[in-house]
Design a protein around this ligand. Structure first.
Ligand code: NAD
Ligand code: UFG
Length: 348
């Protein structure tokens, strides 16, 4: 079967966006990216073209510009949108909440208005496990209470509410809300990967920069959690597995008729269902890189949760999707990206 679908990918130059563009192009979709490059570089899209041997159409624009979004939808003849564009740093969201509400919530509102105006009614949205907040029980199931503990998470929750209200009012819309757990790893080519600005907030990019010699040591936040080794536990999922989840969600929406949606969004966890501690990651990365990873224990990071991981059963049942890469493969791919691009895309 030839895929003729045309997809508009907002934030497609970013970490998860580039990996998803690779999978979309490889599957035969036509891809247009809209990105304002506030947290990415055009070089990332050139690398996607290099990996796939296919062309990406790119429009440098902000999703808050409704007219620009409408123009991109019309010009690209998009039939669906995958919406990654957003700000994502939890700490920064606490010091600059208005910037987060503006970019994430207002940005999504403008995007939805433009889609509605142009009659494009299929959307896959990047939500986050952070919408659950402190676990009442684990693993997190999609029915868990939604009570995020930081402004970033609340922007995602507001967007989810907007999408649920929109879906309820417009049976012709088909919306998937995907709640990612901890995306890590890189494309096996080593050409694309996570390229944070400044000091990384997240564990995997920090760990990689220690291994490559850009930082002296890793600070491990907390050794007194009630977990087997005292360090925090997360559900780390390879970014390519995550990207493929988006294709499966698109295919599922494509098959879904409005009578099946019954006014409801598809809401799914994308995680592996397995938890790994910070020390597990250090060990796996040491093995993958063959480099020492010096670390120091520090106080717990404010707002951190001891442990969380997904119940991915629903995604498996509805999409026939399951992650394929284990922690060791994840670390090997992260290391290849870091080793080949010690300064990220600036190394180019
Ligand atoms: P990223 O920062 O690498 O990518 C986001 C992209 O969106 C960047 O290219 C950025 O330039 C662009 N962008 C931001 N605001 C924009 C705007 N107003 N207009 C146009 N472009 C804009 O982040 P990522 O890790 O690829 O995350 C993608 C999505 O997944 C985000 O919505 C994020 O909140 C969500 N998410 C990420 C994680 C994670 O740990 N990486 C976890 C859960 C959810
Ligand atoms: N950690 C360290 N040292 C570091 C960074 C992290 O010990 O330098 C620890 C944390 O304390 C935590 C674990 O490593 O126990 C993972 O931390 P990350 O910052 O990598 O990830 P989080 O689970 O805190 O948050 C990430 C994203 C959120 C998203 C969430 C779930 O930053 O936006 O995953 O998707 F909501």
């Amino acid at each position: 079967m030839t895929i003729t679908q045309r997809i508009l990918v907002t934030g497609g130059a970013g970490y998860i966006g580039t990996h998803t563009c690779v999978e979309l192009l490889n599957a035969g979709y036509h891809v247009t990216v809209m990105d304002n490059f506030c947290n990415s570089k055009p070089e990332a899209l050139k690398r996607v073209e290099r990996i796939t041997g296919k062309v990406i159409h790119c429009m440098e624009a902000d999703i808050r510009n409704r007219a620009a979004v409408a123009q991109a939808l019309v010009q690209s003849k998009a039939t669906a949108v995958i919406h990654f564009a957003g700000l994502k740093a939890v700490g920064e969201s606490a010091t600059a909440p208005l910037a987060y509400y503006d970019n994430n919530v207002v940005g999504t509102l403008r995007l939805l208005e433009a889609m509605d105006e142009c009659g494009v009614n299929t959307l896959v949205f990047s939500s986050s496990a952070t919408v659950y907040g402190n676990p009442e029980r684990l693993p997190f199931q999609e029915t868990h209470r939604l009570l995020p503990t930081n402004p970033y998470g609340r922007t995602k929750l507001h967007i989810e509410c907007m999408l649920r209200d929109l879906q309820a009012s417009r049976p012709q819309w088909r919306i998937a809300i995907l709640r990612y757990f901890n995306p890590v790893g890189a494309h096996p080519s080593g050409l694309i990967g996570e390229d944070p600005r400044g000091v990384p907030n997240n564990l995997m990019p920090f760990l990689s920069q220690v291994a490559v010699g850009r930082r002296n040591h890793l600070n491990i936040f907390g050794r007194d959690y009630s977990t087997p080794d005292g360090t925090g536990i997360r559900d780390y999922i390879h970014v390519t597995d995550l990207a493929i989840g988006h294709l499966r969600a698109l295919e599922h929406l494509d098959k879904t008729t409005s009578s099946h949606t019954a006014g409801q969004c598809l809401e799914l966890n994308l995680g592996t269902g397995k938890g790994h501690s910070v020390l597990d990651l250090v060990q796996a990365f040491k093995l993958a890189s063959g480099r020492p990873i010096p670390y120091q224990f520090k106080a717990r990071r404010a707002g951190d949760i001891a442990e969380f991981y997904a119940d991915p059963t629903l995604a498996s049942q509805l999409l026939g999707w399951a992650p394929t890469m284990n922690l060791q493969q994840i670390c090997e791919d992260s290391w290849r990206w870091q080793r080949m691009n010690p300064d990220g895309y600036r190394s180019a």
